[in-house]
Design a protein around this ligand. Structure first.
Ligand SMILES: [Fe+2]
Ligand SMILES: [Fe+2]
Length: 184
């Protein structure tokens, strides 16, 4: 697998969780009861799988290689991607805080969770489309085959160091579980 194929596969997992989150938001807005543990696990998925691991691979390994290959960071696609990762972090933090409030029975939690979720869904959906359609084809063009092989190895190490062995699989099980509950 090439580095961009691997990242696109992760985009599929993230997109599925965004669909689950959207459904959760609709239920919450309709004042239906949603298990607060589900909210916490969804936030954990975005915080660890999407941000720490997936965005980590992009920021620590992929983008620096692109810069070395002559793609500018400022005023270019890399700068835009970095700014969007940062915006996303703020929404995930907001969802996390709202989920704790909701769990404690604070009525503000529901509204704040839905607001942050909506913003995150729209940001990340567009972000993933930009990467899949513009950034990754550029990566495939500008990075030498050897560099791409080195990146795949680097991704593996980063995953082991940042999230630990087996965590990837745990998140995929969570995805499947929540999919059964919310998307059937
Ligand atoms: Fe990204
Ligand atoms: Fe990405």
């Amino acid at each position: 697998m090439t580095p961009t194929e691997e990242l696109q596969e992760e985009h599929q997992g993230i997109t599925l969780m965004l669909k689950i989150l959207e459904k959760v938001g609709v239920k919450m807005e309709a004042q239906e009861k949603v298990d607060p543990d589900h909210l916490e696990r969804i936030v954990e998925f975005f915080r660890v799988f999407a941000d720490k691991c997936h965005h980590g691979k992009e920021e620590d390994l992929l983008f620096p290689e692109m810069e070395k290959a002559g793609v500018p960071r400022e005023k270019g696609p890399i700068g835009v991607m970095l700014a969007e990762h940062n915006q996303g972090r703020a929404f995930v933090r907001g969802m996390g805080e709202a989920a704790s409030r909701y769990k404690q029975g604070d009525p503000r939690g529901r509204k704040e969770f839905v607001e942050n979720a909506r913003n995150y869904i729209s940001l990340l959906t567009q972000h993933i489309q930009k990467e899949n359609n513009v950034l990754f084809p550029m990566v495939d063009r500008v990075l030498a085959k050897k560099t791409q092989e080195k990146l795949v190895e680097g991704f593996e190490n980063l995953e082991r160091e940042k999230i630990g062995e087996g965590t990837h699989e745990t998140f995929h099980r969570l995805l499947h579980q929540l999919q059964e509950i919310y998307l059937k």
